[in-house]
Design a protein. Structure first.
Length: 128
């Protein structure tokens, strides 16, 4: 299972976690619920893969909660992609999508066991 995590530089802005078994993910447009992406906000994102979690139903089970809460329990693994940065447009509520398959998800150096995660530095932002 993949987790697309998007977190802000400013803690006052919302953080998003999108759980999927698919090859891509998109932050849903939650502007109607007052949880949309704020205008002009800086964010970081990465893709995490948890295993052996095979489905979203498994992620909704009590076993999954125990899996992520017990750092030393069982045969559990997690990989992380590189960390990327973006700044939202000046119009609030725009959606942002990411691929969980391809270069961004495979950059992590293989499967890491919990507690031994390597995290890449954020990609510098600037004019292109």
């Amino acid at each position: 299972m993949n987790i697309f995590k998007v977190w802000p530089d400013d803690a006052a802005n919302p953080t998003y976690f999108v759980f999927t078994t698919g090859a891509d993910a998109k932050i849903p447009d939650l502007a109607g619920e007052a949880m949309g992406l704020p205008a002009g906000a800086s964010y970081l994102w990465h893709i995490g893969r948890l295993f052996p979690v095979a489905s979203i139903d498994s992620a909704a089970s009590e076993c999954f909660r125990s899996l992520i809460a017990d750092l030393d329990g069982g045969d559990v693994g997690e990989t992380l992609s590189e960390r990327f940065a973006f700044t939202t447009k000046t119009a609030a509520g725009a959606a942002f999508a990411a691929s969980a398959a391809g270069p961004t998800a495979t950059v992590a150096d293989g499967a890491h066991r919990r507690g031994l995660l390597m995290r890449a530095e954020a990609v510098p932002t600037g004019p292109r």
